[in-house]
Design a protein around this ligand. Structure first.
Ligand SMILES: *[C@@H]1O[C@H](CO)[C@@H](O)[C@H](O)[C@H]1NC(C)=O
Ligand SMILES: *[C@@H]1O[C@H](CO)[C@@H](O)[C@H](O)[C@H]1NC(C)=O
Ligand SMILES: *[C@@H]1O[C@H](CO)[C@@H](O)[C@H](O)[C@H]1NC(C)=O
Length: 149
């Protein structure tokens, strides 16, 4: 009985160690991952050529979709058009985030400007941006493009 529970504990420890190893990114610390960006109210969600004239896109639902479109996290842009998604480092591995996942803006662009499309989505791949002094891994969108769906 004692042996059995010892074995069980051992299996737990090995399993946890494997998870930890998987979560070790870039420096061997369990790092929180933050995906952050600003959405603008333009045909492609980007700032365009004139930052003084492009308004931001507040209250937009931004989803993190992975694989075949599974929604794994989401956030809403604030009044400054900024969204931020914090990810559990045990569930997400940086390399797979960057190759398997996209940001998708579900709120129609017409919500912020009625001349913009009422359907379609903005979609962007992800890229590694850097790491803060406190170890948070920062990921940003590559570039949003508009897709009719
Ligand atoms: C996005 O749209 C703006 C105009 O709204 C344009 O100036 C800019 O070049 C576009 N960017 C891309 C990457 O298509
Ligand atoms: C941006 O727009 C403002 C206001 O319309 C204008 O004064 C400024 O010259 C523009 N800047 C550029 C780089 O086009
Ligand atoms: C709304 O979108 C149209 C088409 O892109 C653009 O010409 C117009 O300047 C936008 N209006 C505002 C308030 O941004």
């Amino acid at each position: 009985m004692v042996m059995k529970s010892l074995l069980f504990v051992l299996v737990l420890i090995v399993g946890f160690a494997a998870l930890l190893a998987e979560a070790q990114l870039l420096g061997g610390i369990l790092a929180l991952t933050q995906i952050r960006g600003t959405l603008f109210c333009s045909v492609n969600g980007s700032i365009g050529s004139n930052s003084t004239t492009t308004p931001v896109f507040p209250n937009a639902l931004v989803q993190l979709q992975c694989g075949t479109g599974n929604v794994v996290a989401s956030a809403t842009t604030n009044t400054a058009g900024v969204f931020s998604i914090l990810l559990d480092p045990l569930r997400f591995v940086l390399s797979s985030l960057l190759t398997n996942c996209n940001l998708v803006v579900k709120t129609p662009l017409a919500t912020c400007n009625s001349s913009l499309p009422t359907n379609g989505i903005l979609i962007s791949a992800l890229q590694f941006f850097g790491r803060t002094v406190d170890g948070i891994i920062n990921i940003i969108p590559v570039e949003f493009i508009f897709l009719l769906n």
